[in-house]
Write a protein that binds this ligand. Structure first.
Ligand code: SAM
Length: 285
């Protein structure tokens, strides 16, 4: 593959040869700046021994550079035309395997066969923004096979991942991510590095998957049900929202909150992850 994958000419030539049309619903904003791509890859801790999964390779701008920096790369693309572009441009790149599928439907247990390795996988993606939360949740649900995630997303979503209790950005996504991973924002990305330009600002977030979850609970499933209920009606008191949506006795919740020295009128949005875990264990003991 001789040609530069980040030039507008490369993108336009491929648009013409395959009759590709941009699909808004698939979040198709391609990276056209190799400095940003190199920054993302350099900060993602990827080495020559690594197995890397790329979600949404598009026309291959990141794919091209990634393939040179890792051992094996699997890239999953949903768009019928883009998979044609990728297949013709990466046919002679031996360490790249292309999967034509929807990442939300793809069975991640297939990955160890594709990589022919049990090594933990590093994920990298300039995400399709409309499915950012769904992809993050799916990756975290399979966190035993992943080591790090380097994900470009809308700046507002990145802010939700690192939000503090009682702020508007704090929510169930914040807590789910904190439970499974340590996160930090690597860089903010200007609109000018994409073609076409998106309407929103972007940030790249680095996730280091925890070896053990951030807090201990004997009732993980119930804790996340509690968290979801608390944020579904975040302006209500925790007592009212948990009794209404999960059918838990109000007196029991009141006693639980008292045990944790929390006010009986507290809202769920004021609790941190550890408090949610402790409250769950009290309520489901
Ligand atoms: N990686 C390329 C780049 O940086 O130039 C393209 C990134 S673009 C923001 C998102 C890509 O994800 C598009 O190629 C789009 O077709 C693809 N995509 C959208 N939804 C998808 C899904 N559910 N599964 C797999 N790929 C998807």
């Amino acid at each position: 593959m001789a040609e530069k994958t980040t030039s507008i000419k490369y993108i336009k030539d491929n648009i013409n040869s395959t009759e590709f049309h941009f699909k808004k619903e698939l979040g198709q904003n391609f990276l056209i700046d190799d400095n940003i791509i190199n920054k993302i890859i350099d900060n993602s801790n990827i080495t020559k021994d690594d197995c890397v999964l790329e979600i949404g390779p598009g026309m291959g701008s990141l794919t091209y550079y990634l393939a040179q920096k890792c051992d094996k790369l699997v890239a999953i693309e949903k768009d019928d035309k883009l998979i044609e572009v990728l297949k013709s441009n990466f046919s002679d790149t031996e360490n790249v395997a292309l999967i034509h599928d929807d990442v939300l439907k793809y069975d991640f247990s297939e990955l160890s066969n594709l990589f022919k390795s049990d090594r933990k996988i590093k994920v990298i993606s300039n995400l399709p923004y409309s499915i950012t939360s769904a992809v993050i949740i799916k990756l975290l649900q399979h966190c035993d096979i992943f080591e790090t995630l380097t994900l470009m997303m809308q700046k507002e979503v990145a802010a939700r991942l690192t939000a503090l209790p009682s702020t508007k950005d704090y929510g169930s996504l914040t807590l789910a991510v904190e439970y499974y991973a340590k996160t930090r924002i690597l860089l903010n990305v200007p609109l000018t590095v994409f073609y076409p330009k998106p309407k929103v600002d972007s940030s790249v977030v680095f996730f280091e998957i925890r070896k053990t979850p951030a807090v201990k609970t004997e009732h993980e499933k119930e804790m996340f049900a509690l968290v979801r209920a608390a944020f579904a009606t975040r302006r209500k008191t925790l007592i009212n929202t948990l009794s209404a949506s999960l059918g838990i006795d109000k007196e029991k919740i009141k006693l639980g909150l008292a045990k944790l020295n929390l006010d009986e009128n507290i809202r769920g949005e004021a609790l941190n992850l550890e408090q949610f875990a402790m409250l769950t264990d009290i309520l489901y003991k």
